[in-house]
Write a protein that binds this ligand. Structure first.
Ligand SMILES: [Mg+2]
Length: 306
């Protein structure tokens, strides 16, 4: 995590009390600090960009925590860590399309277009689809052409999804991720969603502890950066602490993103679920129907005997 990001998060969260907050500890895992006047201790971790108030055991855990948890390693580039990275997209990739979350989201996005751009349902749907096709994200078009505040959009769309009612823990996915050979491979989340949504999804799936970090679309940034922009791939590589794309793996359900991943040099896999239509031209070298197929496709990624 860059210093600028830390300071921005501090400014946003400390609401004018910035001058009385002291930082006691700061490294790749985050910041541990205290409030001078009120004697409370806080942690700011790069994964959530939020403050937490800690009990003593939690402070001890924060300082001692392993580098093998997502919350503590995002943005870390450990020079001694030469492992390859496996980038996993989240939405419609870690969970099935049968959850119809994309459809739920489409309704909320159309509502947002209608209410904020004062357009008919039909026009809202058309514009939403156009932006999705052109930019890979509806919000990108809204920001570029309508100066919409992405964080407000996020609150009305992504954060408004009834995910708790839809997403259930996935034991099979958990076993697949557990079988990844962590001596050689670093599993990393790579999403165009904002952090709140991403974090909630992996938590509900019961796999949030199996990734070592996340690269997400930062709706709070001045310029939105998302897949398949090569700069977003640069960001993911940088945050995951890896240099050579040809040593890394990437799976995504979006053909557009897979084309970008292949062009970038990653060993890219397009997930096209049973019942979904394949693109007329393969998006990349590998196409699978289920994440389980990764075991046969890349046996070197998994522990032997798993
Ligand atoms: Mg996806």
């Amino acid at each position: 995590m860059s210093t600028a990001r830390v300071l921005a998060a501090k400014r946003r969260n400390s609401a004018g009390k910035h001058s009385s907050i002291w930082s006691l500890w700061s490294d790749h895992r985050g910041i541990l600090g205290m409030h001078a006047a009120q004697h409370w201790i806080y942690a700011l971790v790069p994964y959530s960009y939020t403050f937490s108030f800690l009990t003593l055991p939690e402070i001890v855990q924060f300082l001692a925590c392993s580098t093998h948890t997502m919350a503590t390693t995002n943005g870390m580039a450990d020079a001694e860590d030469t492992r390859a990275v496996f980038f996993f997209d989240i939405d419609n990739c870690l969970y099935t399309k049968a959850y119809k979350i994309h459809e739920h989201m489409s309704v909320l996005i159309d509502n947002y277009f209608q209410s904020h751009l004062s357009m008919s349902r039909e026009d809202a749907t058309m514009l939403h689809q156009r932006y999705y096709k052109d930019y890979g994200l509806a919000i990108e078009g809204l920001v570029r052409h309508h100066r919409v505040d992405p964080l407000e959009y996020n609150a009305k769309v992504d954060d408004a999804l009834p995910l708790d009612d839809i997403i259930k823990p996935d034991d099979k996915l958990r076993r697949l991720l557990e079988d990844i050979d962590r001596q050689r491979i670093k599993p990393w989340l790579f999403t165009n969603a904002y952090i709140n949504h991403a974090r909630k999804v992996v938590k509900l799936l019961g796999v949030e502890d199996l990734f070592e970090g996340i690269t997400f679309c930062d709706y709070g940034a001045e310029k939105l950066l998302c897949k398949p922009d090569p700069a977003m791939f640069d960001k993911a590589m940088r945050e995951a602490g890896v240099v050579d794309p040809t040593s890394c793996y990437y799976v995504d359900d979006s053909a557009l993103n897979c084309v970008g991943g292949k062009k970038y040099g990653l060993k890219t896999v397009h997930l096209v679920e049973e019942g979904s239509s394949s693109p007329p031209e393969p998006a990349c070298d590998h196409q699978i129907k289920h994440l389980e197929e990764l075991r046969a496709l890349f046996p070197e990624v998994f522990r032997t005997g798993s």
